[in-house]
Design a protein around this ligand. Structure first.
Ligand SMILES: C[S@@+](CC[C@H](N)C(=O)[O-])C[C@H]1O[C@@H](n2cnc3c(N)ncnc32)[C@H](O)[C@@H]1O
Length: 272
C-alpha cells in the first residue's frame, strides 16, 4: 500500500498510542511507526492494522497489548553507568545528607527500561554504605523490560557506555557470555509497572526525595512533557530534585521547579 493510502490508519493508531502512552509520532515518522506496528501486530496474529487498532482500543486485553507495542516502538536503550556524574551527585548531595539526618530517603527511577539505571544507583549507594537506608523504586510502562530487569542477566551491550572498574568488579560478573548482577542489588529495588501518562499510576508512588526521568521525555510532545513533569513534581518532597537526561532541558516549558547546577550536572528542585 502507498504511504498516502496508509495515512488514515497511521492517524488513528498513532493517536491511540499517544493518548495511552504519550509517545508522539509526526507524519515524517509514519513509515517507521507503521513498520514497527506491522511487525508487532503480525506477531500478535493480526493480518490487518485496522483489526489490530480495534483490538487495542476496545478489547479488554487491549491495554496489555499496548504495553507490548510500546516495547516495539521505543528502544529500551539503557546501560550501566549512564550519565554517572548525575547518579553520584544524587547519592552525595541528596541521599547521604538525608540519611545522616535520620531519614529513609526515597528514590524513584521512572522509565527505567531494563533496570541498568537503578542498579547503577544501587551500586553507588552500597559503595557508600547507604543501600539499606534508602527506598529505591524503579518503574517502566513495559512489563517485558521489567521482567528482563528482574532476571539480573544482561547482555554485554549493557556495559557499552564504559564502566567504573571498582563498581563493575564488585557487582557484575561474567557468566556464559552474559553479565550477571549481584542478587543483593536486585532485591534492593522495588520494581513496579507505571505509565507516566496515567495519573492513577503515578499517584501511587508517594513522595520522593529524588526522581529520575531520563531519556524518555524526548518521545513525548511538549504538552505531554508539561503534564508528566507536573505529575512528577507532585510526587517530589519539598527540596526534592528531578533529574532528566543530559539532552533534555525543561527550561523552555516554564516548569515551577527551579533549575540548578552542581558540578556541571543540571537538575530541577522543588523549592519549598
Ligand atoms: C530510552 S529508555 C530510558 C531508560 C533509562 N531511563 C536511561 O536513561 O537509560 C526509555 C524507556 O521509557 C519507557 N516509556 C516509554 N513511554 C513510557 C510511559 N508512558 N510511561 C513509562 N515509561 C515509558 C520505555 O518503555 C523505555 O523503557
Amino acid at each position: 500500500m502507498t504511504t498516502s493510502a496508509l495515512r488514515p490508519v497511521f492517524a488513528i493508531l498513532s493517536a491511540l498510542v499517544e493518548e495511552r502512552a504519550g509517545l508522539h509520532y509526526g507524519p515524517a515518522e509514519q513509515d517507521l511507526f507503521l513498520e514497527r506496528v506491522t511487525t508487532r501486530s503480525g506477531e500478535a496474529g493480526f493480518e490487518s492494522l485496522l483489526d489490530y487498532y480495534y483490538y487495542l482500543r476496545y478489547d479488554p486485553a487491549g491495554p496489555r497489548e499496548l504495553e507490548e507495542l510500546v516495547a516495539y516502538l521505543v528502544v529500551n536503550e539503557t546501560y550501566f553507568f549512564r550519565e554517572l556524574e548525575a547518579l553520584r551527585l544524587i547519592v552525595g548531595r541528596f541521599i547521604a545528607p538525608a540519611v545522616r539526618a535520620g531519614r529513609r530517603p526515597r528514590i524513584w527511577s521512572a522509565a527505567c527500561a531494563t533496570g541498568e539505571e537503578p542498579l547503577t544507583l544501587a551500586m553507588l549507594l552500597a559503595q557508600d554504605g547507604l543501600l539499606e537506608q534508602v527506598e529505591l523504586l524503579a518503574s517502566d510502562i513495559s512489563l517485558r523490560a521489567l521482567d528482563a530487569a528482574r532476571t539480573g542477566s544482561f547482555s554485554r551491550r549493557s556495559l557499552r557506555g564504559g564502566h567504573d572498574p571498582e563498581l563493575a568488579q564488585r557487582w557484575i560478573r561474567e557468566e556464559g557470555g552474559r553479565l550477571r548482577v549481584a542478587p543483593a542489588l536486585l532485591e534492593a529495588v522495588a520494581w513496579r509497572q507505571v505509565n507516566l501518562c496515567a495519573p492513577e499510576d503515578t499517584q501511587t508512588i508517594g513522595e520522593c526525595d529524588v526522581i529520575l526521568c531520563r531519556n524518555v521525555l524526548i518521545y513525548f510532545r511538549d504538552e505531554t512533557v508539561v503534564q508528566v513533569i507536573a505529575r512528577l513534581s507532585s510526587q517530589l518532597k519539598p527540596d526534592g530534585a528531578l533529574f532528566v537526561g543530559v539532552s533534555e532541558s525543561l527550561l523552555r516549558f516554564g516548569t515551577a521547579l527551579s533549575c540548578e547546577e552542581t558540578e556541571q550536572v543540571f537538575y530541577y528542585r522543588k523549592v519549598s
